[in-house]
Ligand binder design. Sequence first.
Ligand code: AR6
Length: 231
Amino acid sequence: SMGQEDIRVIADEEVKRGEDLALGSLEGTSSLENIPTLAFPSISTADFQFDLQKAADIIVEKVLEFVTKHGNARLVLVDLSSGSKILSLVRAKAGEKNIDSGKFLTFVGDITRLYSEGGLRCNVIANAANWRLKPGGGGVNAAIFGAAGPSLETATMERAGSLAPGKSVAVPLPSTSPLFCREGVTHVIHVLGPNMNPKRPNFLNNDYIKGGEVLREAYSSLFEGFASIVR
Ligand code: AR6
């Protein structure tokens, strides 16, 4: 089942539902629900086979950079299972760096059902895309294109025909898309991460110097894209 896995113990869902009046004294409680939020999957760490430890370091580095710079926005790293290795690694590293748990959390659930099944409002979601920006191919890409319906493909093609590794493109969701109506998602940001899988295009052949650079660039591009949407 879906559940919050904050770095620290702040019961966001309780805060949101307002069940616990004592939490009402928390500063900014009522704004928590409306704070611009980006939900993102761990880019490149499944089908693209990027090393999890190295990816976790990069995620925490980039998240820290973002939360230090932007006051009124929140980032949520999502994965499907509570046994997710990348979520545990990131939680541990984020804890070490004392990242503000109101600005960054990890969450277990399907990124296409965060509000309807998890009660978590995210106005922007990121997709670990392929270079063609096409539906299918499995993973989170297939899930997002599937849940958004055909209008996402059309809207995406109006913005970009392809993506280079490390780059992203933000696509406004048509208001008819189920992701918009049901989940309250207004934008999908497609990101292309570095690929360490020999069976996929732009294979980096275990080059983690280049791979690390490209993954950092991917997160910078994603977070900047998010910042310019909510600015
Ligand atoms: N909700 C949340 N997280 C998910 C979901 C979901 N519905 N589905 C997968 N994840 P991957 P990559 C997590 O393989 O490694 C595609 O075929 C997953 O557990 O989707 O960047 C594209 O077309 C993992 O933590 O992306 C590309 O060709 C994370 O999302 C290629 O795979 C990313 O896993 C991209 O590979």
